[in-house]
Ligand binder design. Structure first.
Ligand code: FAD
Ligand code: FES
Length: 233
């Protein structure tokens, strides 16, 4: 049985275009690359939505999310002191690996890689952003979120063009499948964080099932992180 927590929003701010940063109060033990299931209390929402952990400290857990549909639109309207319902954290998260790691994100795929980069000092984070989405000012705000990490942003073009993959022992990636597929072909030790539509987040509803390594898996329970070589993109 899972426990749903009711927690207050500490802040919920628009960062750039459709991207928001929400911090929710409470004390949490989390692993980098894990996610929570979130729902706004008192709003017209039936299902919880999976959102990755962006950061976590003794005051609460924060989420960087983009508005895609009804649920995330409701999240974007929530205010400080409103109540969010959440359960988790779930998922295997990124593995502990030896040596130097390149972290490669496309768009909102940057969300699970901030805490991951901070907890793996010496790693390099590369973030690709489409050139037509944000103003210069918004890009600066977005870049400011990653202060303290070794991070390079590439606005427009292919993020893979600026990475010397030979310098790294392993690669963690999250973003559009086409990008994760390309990254998986450029290094022998790649870990990808898959995104599937999720009903429960707990392994009970099968809505996130897909084939990895020749067998059926549930992305919420067996993932969301898998070896890139095993995923049939
Ligand atoms: C493990 C995990 C971590 C995630 N972390 C983040 C994060 O950190 N930040 C973030 O912004 N997002 C994250 N997401 C994505 C996020 O969960 C979705 O954007 C969100 O659930 C969309 O909800 P919505 O109600 O706004 O949109 P919805 O109304 O549910 O739909 C949004 C879009 O998805 C399409 N869609 C609806 N149903 C399906 C389906 N069954 N299969 C495929 N497409 C469908 C719709 O057509 C629409 O275009 C994560 C997803 C997963 C699985
Ligand atoms: S979301 Fe229900 S089984 Fe994965």
């Amino acid at each position: 049985m899972f426990q749903v927590r009711e927690q207050e929003i500490i802040f919920n701010e628009k960062i750039a275009g459709d991207i928001y940063l929400m911090k929710i109060s409470g004390s949490y033990e989390v692993k980098e690359g894990q996610f929570f299931m979130l729902k706004a209390e008192g709003r017209d929402m039936t299902l919880f939505r999976p959102i990755s952990i962006f950061d976590c400290d003794s005051y609460g857990v924060s989420f960087l999310y983009s508005v895609r549909g009804k649920g995330t639109e409701i999240f974007s309207k929530m205010k400080e002191s409103d109540t969010m319902l959440l359960h988790g954290p779930y998922g295997n998260g990124f593995p502990k690996t030896e040596g130097k790691i390149a972290m490669v994100a496309g768009g909102i795929g940057m969300a699970p890689l901030y805490l991951t980069a901070r907890r793996n000092p010496g790693s390099d984070l590369y973030i690709g952003i489409r050139e037509d989405l944000y103003s210069q000012e918004e890009l600066q705000l977005l870049e400011g979120l990653f202060e303290g990490c070794s991070v390079k942003f590439k606005i427009g073009g292919l993020i893979t063009e600026i990475i010397d993959f030979d310098k790294y022992d392993s690669v963690f990636t999250c973003g559009p499948e086409v990008m994760m597929k390309a990254v998986s072909e450029l290094h022998p030790d790649v870990y990808v964080s898959l995104e599937k539509h999720m009903g429960c987040g707990l392994g009970a509803c099968l809505s996130c099932s897909c084939k990895v390594g020749g067998k059926m898996v549930k992305v919420c329970k067996d993932g969301p992180v898998f070896k890139g070589t095993e995923v049939n993109f």
